[in-house]
Ligand binder design. Structure first.
Ligand SMILES: Nc1ncnc2c1ncn2[C@@H]1O[C@H](COP(=O)(O)OP(=O)(O)OP(=O)(O)O)[C@@H](O)[C@H]1O
Ligand SMILES: [Mg+2]
Length: 212
């Protein structure tokens, strides 16, 4: 008998929203339920994907066109789906991913102005039907997130964008959450890490009930 398909949870939000911080706490919480878990990130998560990450975050790549950036993000994603996410879900493992396709709608769509219909077509092709069961959107004012991220040191090629870019990213994320309320849970990420983690645990609780 094959294992029941695992659950796929993605974390989304702007710079410094606290995705990586929350991932650590969520990882521990899910494992405490006796569930095998694969944690990964975008862009990246595979050999090819991490190479793509180096390119898209490299400040020296000043000439990178918005179209190229979009295609690179989906190249990384296509590989991650086939090499990591789909095999894990098929084996009954859960997958926790730091960003997924919604990030392309927010950053390459809202931020860079690439058409939503084009992103949707790429998603259809690259993700081959793999979609998060649940997406946690960490929503935080742009200034708050940027102040947190600034504490980490050197900004990457995306972090150097203007506030207006990140306002469009935030707006697009919020619009997507409103359009798909069954899949999204929006968390107020301006709260303390402990409070955000508690809210996230509540938000994913229904997935545990559906486990058996
Ligand atoms: N809820 C919070 N309150 C205050 N500070 C926080 C909170 N969550 C995270 N931080 C701090 O803010 C900084 C950014 O957090 P983190 O790296 O988790 O954000 P991120 O969403 O993963 O950012 P990025 O999109 O740049 O990867 C870190 O120094 C972290 O310790
Ligand atoms: Mg992070």
């Amino acid at each position: 008998m094959s294992a029941a398909r695992g659950k796929f949870i993605s974390l989304e939000g702007g710079e410094g929203a606290g995705k990586s911080t929350l991932l650590a706490g969520l990882h521990a919480c899910i494992e405490q339920h006796g569930i095998a878990l694969v944690q990964t990130r975008e862009p990246g998560g595979t050999g090819v994907g991490e190479a793509v990450r180096t390119i898209v975050l490299d400040l020296a790549q000043r000439e990178l066109a918005a179209e190229t950036e979009l295609l690179l993000m989906f190249a990384s994603r296509a590989q991650l789906v086939r090499e990591v996410i789909e095999p894990a879900l098929h084996a009954g493992h859960w997958v926790l991913c730091d960003r997924f396709a919604d990030a392309s709608y927010a950053y390459q769509g809202g931020g860079r102005g690439q058409p939503e219909s084009r992103i949707a077509a790429l998603e259809d092709w690259a993700c081959a039907g793999v979609k998060p069961d649940l997406t946690l959107l960490l929503d935080v004012p742009v200034a708050t997130g940027r102040a947190r991220a600034a504490g980490r040191g050197d900004a990457d090629r995306i972090e150097v964008e203007a506030d207006s870019f990140f306002e469009r990213v935030r707006t697009t994320y919020r619009q997507r959450a409103a359009a798909e309320p069954d899949r999204f849970r929006m968390l107020d990420a301006s709260q303390s890490p402990a409070v955000v983690l508690q809210a996230a645990i509540v938000a994913i609780a229904h997935l545990f009930e559906a486990k058996v």
